[in-house]
Write a protein that binds this ligand. Structure first.
Ligand SMILES: O=C(O)/C=C/C(=O)CC(=O)CC(=O)O
Ligand SMILES: [Ca+2]
Ligand SMILES: [Mg+2]
Length: 436
């Protein structure tokens, strides 16, 4: 229901907002939801071109009615959780109403006063994240990483039956732009008898998408695969910063812990399920030898259109590049279609034991690596665990991230006949460790 194509996706629809029609990420066909502030209290907003539309002001303007007004009221506070809890219908009504207001020239006088330059605003985390779970649906990443950590047994036998995940840490999820302080942890060299505590020497990124849960499920209830997409409010980009040396020593038997909970960065905007409707595509067929998913994970409609045509880029700027005024260098280009499990399968599996998902919960997809080197989604893979450092245009090399490096994820949804949309940046700069 929420993932249907309507007049808001019409590529011929234009906006009176200056520059919006030429904006590479936020034309009127996108209308992503976020939380912003401009000196006053943080509140809900919608990105349009290089402006932000104030939803709290819109809720008081008298310009909206019905479910659109209900949604704008729910988006007037410091988090979008109340809006996410309303589910797809009011969110979609708000999208349609805002799309009409921003496209009809006669509305410019009434609405333009509620638009602010994004460059003058601060963006916040769009929702208070109650729980954060990180999946592992990038099968090429899982195979590559498995080769590093378990050379004899890279892809474990459960992988093609279970959408594998681990419970991450919600408290350290932050919005794009938050600096990353290099973490300290236990490091143990292969030939050392005991670990030392020191700043990580293998600081990495992970190219992921974040899935924002809208309506949840009650404790003890499941979410059937056929309705799982209805529980997804939208997507962001997500960087699951990782300390590979800490990870290698601590991860058995319970999985990632301090190697991955020191910061998780998300892009500021929730690109809604509604906005992403035109970019649905078939889930790539599984190789003939792979098992058919169990029935609770299999839905014909999900297989037919449960993947998303989103290109994902990773870029790096080093301090030397910054000093020389050089443009960021691209480290990787992948695509969301390289996920072995769909978002609906992740949601259905998560709730399949009666675990309750709640509005504003965040799911990471796991690192989305392409099958080939130019699309690997982490430095662990790109440099083969540091054995093949990347040569940069400055003459520098990188095995893992160094202090002062700035790493940025970008995403672009594209489909023939539709206006491409973007996600905004997911960026962070590495600061030196505070002390060991
Ligand atoms: O032990 C392993 O195989 C690796 C585990 C992870 O790196 C967890 C993770 O964050 C998965 C991912 O991003 O795909
Ligand atoms: Ca991860
Ligand atoms: Mg993390």
């Amino acid at each position: 229901m929420s993932w249907t194509i309507d007049e808001t996706h019409d590529p011929a629809r234009t906006s009176w907002v200056p520059g919006a029609d030429d904006h590479p990420e936020f034309p009127i066909q996108n209308l992503p939801l976020g939380i912003f502030s401009d000196g006053q209290a943080p509140r809900g907003g919608i990105a349009i071109g290089d402006r932000i539309l104030d939803l709290a002001a819109l809720a008081e303007s008298g310009l909206l009615v019905g479910e659109a007004q209900q949604a704008a009221v729910a988006a007037s506070g410091p988090t979008l959780n109340p809006l996410l809890a309303l589910g797809a219908r009011p969110r979609r009504a708000l999208r349609r109403a805002v799309s009409a207001l921003l496209s009809e020239p006669a509305r410019e006088d009434a609405v333009s006063r509620w638009l602010y330059p994004a460059a003058a605003c601060t963006l916040h985390l769009p929702a208070a994240v109650g729980d954060y779970t990180d999946f592992y649906v990038g099968i090429h990443h899982a195979t590559n990483v498995g080769k590093v950590f378990r050379p004899d047994n890279p892809l474990l036998p459960n992988y093609k039956y279970v959408p594998i995940g681990y419970h991450g840490r919600a408290s350290s999820v932050r919005v794009s732009g938050t600096p990353l302080v290099r973490p300290c942890g236990q490091l143990k060299a292969a030939d050392a008898a005991a670990p030392v505590r020191a700043p990580t020497r293998r600081l990495d990124f992970e190219l992921e998408m974040g899935v924002w849960i809208g309506t949840g499920n009650g404790l003890g209830e499941t979410i059937p695969i056929g309705s799982a997409a209805e529980h997804v409010a939208g997507l962001s980009l997500l960087n699951d910063w990782s300390a590979r040396d800490i990870q290698a020593w601590e991860y058995q038997p319970l999985g990632p812990f301090l190697a991955k909970n020191f910061l998780t960065t998300v892009s500021p905007w929730i690109v809604t399920a509604e906005a992403l409707a035109p970019f649905r595509t078939a889930q790539p067929a599984r190789p003939a030898d792979d098992p058919v998913p169990l029935p609770y994970l299999l839905d014909a409609n999900d297989q037919a259109e449960g993947a998303l045509a989103i290109t994902l880029d990773v870029t790096l700027t080093t301090p030397a590049m910054r000093a020389a005024g050089m443009a960021p260098v691209r480290l990787s280009r992948s695509a969301a279609t390289h996920m072995y499990w769909t978002i609906a399968q992740m949601v259905a599996h998560h709730a399949s034991n009666g675990c309750d998902l709640r509005p504003g919960d965040l799911l990471g997809t796991g690192t989305i690596s392409a099958p080939t080197h130019e699309g690997f989604g982490s430095l662990l893979e790109l440099t083969r665990a540091g054995a093949e450092p990347i040569a940069l245009p400055t003459g520098e090399v990188r095995s893992f991230l160094e202090d002062g490096d700035e790493l940025t994820l970008a995403g672009r949804a594209e489909a023939p006949g539709y206006r491409a949309i973007g996600f905004g940046p997911c960026t962070g700069i590495v600061l030196p460790a505070i002390s060991a």
